[in-house]
Ligand binder design. Structure first.
Ligand SMILES: [Zn+2]
Length: 72
């Protein structure tokens, strides 16, 4: 379990990179830098605690945002 799966191309990449908040391999990270920044801005960090190999779907992101909104 030393690697994560790239969200864009499905290739595995360094878990260290994943832990830094990247959701893609180095190649896709460069291609999708803007989209990745937007993704990270949308999904809050605690959601990652579900597990290193579970990528957050857009549906779950929306639920997380909703819950956060409720607490305010
Ligand atoms: Zn990739």
């Amino acid at each position: 379990m030393n690697s994560a799966i790239c969200r864009y191309c499905g290739e595995d990449y360094s878990m260290k990179r994943f832990n830094l908040g990247y959701i893609s391999c180095l190649d896709c990270g460069q291609k999708h830098a803007e989209a990745e920044a937007r993704f990270k801005a949308t999904c809050t960090a605690p959601a990652y605690n579900k597990g290193p190999f579970m990528f957050i779907t857009s549906k779950e992101c929306v639920v997380g945002i909703f819950k956060t909104g409720e607490n305010k």
